[in-house]
Design a protein. Structure first.
Length: 438
């Protein structure tokens, strides 16, 4: 148990982290992985030399892999393609076979990792499908170990427990134990946008319109796992993908806690719930896994920047272009054919191009202009650019404010050009401005 400091300085309560990265597989999932295997061995579902099959976001797979090594089982892990490459590489490193499935499909789609896991279990001789979502040993592991540890480590003073919810085993097992000791302990689940838990808990409605793909790993679901016992959960709070990622970085930089993506969501959830906490309260937040599994994602500034998650101060034109300032400006000449502009757009995946001649910028073309030209003349591809081009994009200085650029684009300009030193220019598009809206 570790006391939180900087991030929770404005919370008028003691906030403690149940820090689970010191388990052998660096996550809380080791607890339930061992319990599920041993229970399956005891009742004969898992036979000697058998194959363990499971759909996992990575951490349960790691726990199962370690158990499989010690006990002599084979392991097949089925994962969604949104999970980090580090998780997949680590699982392969410890001998698991990894199969990757698309994230953005319905749970009952034959390509989903739920469906593929079940099919493999049916087709593989001497195999056992773990099914952590509905396997009661999942929650039981936390009832028998995590819950009692938290109660003992806080000397029974815990008043609130906050944790991200995925399979439901951690929150339900811990909640059952804590509420048996003190029914007044409040249990809060952290959910993500794109998941169904919060609305279902509050209304009893499983709203399929809430389900969409999200980035946050390890929490949220588009199904209702049997291990989520809604009757002993007091409430949920939802955390955005951006906040989860940003607070994952903040935990490392401000608390010295190198943790996974769900930890960022969990601590942001604590901050969102702070109006429920009082001076003498003891709030325990559980951090699931280690940051080493997210080095290429939440701890990679390029990855964060591409998704608009990086907290950067963007106020001038040069701020908007600094991430591609080393790339040349793509242009087309007045005498080139429309087909040349189309090919350049396709090659560089851009939607607009400045037009130049020997004097400088004299025009511009974009998808709308080319589409209109095509409607008027089906042979537009062989037409010189000068015959279909629009007026040139406005040129601004490097110090031009973001607000002034937005005003120029609002007036109908699809882009503006930024004049830099050494007579170099860069383009700022509508997308560049939108992507930096907070």
């Amino acid at each position: 148990m570790v006391k939180m400091n900087a991030i929770v300085k404005d919370i008028d309560a003691l906030v403690l982290a149940k820090y689970e990265t010191f388990n052998p597989g660096n996550s809380v999932k080791d607890r339930m992985a061992l319990k599920m295997v041993e229970d399956a061995e005891a009742d004969g579902r898992l036979q000697p030399g058998g194959t363990i099959i499971e759909g996992t976001s990575g951490n349960t797979g790691m726990g199962l892999a370690l158990v499989a090594i010690i006990k002599g089982y084979k392991l097949i892990c089925v994962m969604a393609d949104k999970q980090s490459k580090e998780k997949m590489d680590i699982l392969r490193a410890v001998g698991a076979k990894v199969m990757v499935c698309p994230t953005n499909v319905e749970p009952d789609d034959p390509r989903s990792y739920y469906s593929v896991s079940k099919r493999l279990a049916e087709e593989t001789p001497n195999s056992w499908y773990v099914n952590q979502y509905d396997n009661p040993s999942n929650a039981l592991a936390h009832y028998e170990s995590t819950g009692p540890e938290i109660w003992e480590q806080t000397a029974g003073k815990i008043t609130h427990f906050v944790v991200g919810v995925g399979t439901g085993g951690t929150i339900s097992g811990v909640a059952k134990y804590l509420k048996e000791q003190n029914p007044n302990v409040k249990i809060w689940g952290v959910d993500t946008y794109g998941s169904v838990f919060k609305k279902y808990h509050e209304t009893g409605i499983f709203d399929e319109n809430e389900i969409y793909s999200y980035i946050t790993e390890g929490i949220g679901e588009d199904i209702l796992p049997a291990n989520v016992d809604f009757s002993i959960i007091d409430g949920f709070t939802k955390v955005t993908d951006k906040d989860a990622a940003v607070y994952t970085q903040r935990l490392a930089k401000e608390e010295g806690m190198f943790l996974g993506n769900s930890a960022g969501a969990a601590i942001k959830g604590v901050l969102q719930l702070q109006h429920h906490f009082h001076k003498d309260d003891v709030v325990v937040v559980l951090f699931h896994d280690h940051g080493s599994r997210y080095v290429g994602k939440m701890f990679n500034d390029d990855w964060m920047r591409e998704r608009g998650f990086l907290e950067e101060e963007i106020s001038t034109a040069v701020d908007l272009v600094k991430n591609h300032i080393d790339k040349p400006l793509i242009t087309v000449k007045t005498e080139e054919l429309v087909s040349h502009a189309i090919e350049r757009m396709r090659k560089f995946q851009i939607s607009q191009i400045p037009v130049i001649d020997s004097e400088g910028f004299v025009g511009s073309v974009d998808e709308s202009a080319l589409f209109s030209a095509f409607l008027e003349n089906k042979h537009t591809a062989d037409t010189p650019i000068k015959e279909v081009m629009n007026p040139p994009f406005p040129v601004v200085t490097a110090a031009t404010s973001l607000d002034d650029i937005a005003k120029l684009i609002k007036k109908g300009n699809p882009a503006v050009l930024v004049a830099l030193e050494n007579k170099k220019y860069h383009i700022v598009t509508k997308y560049d401005v939108i992507s930096h809206i907070k």
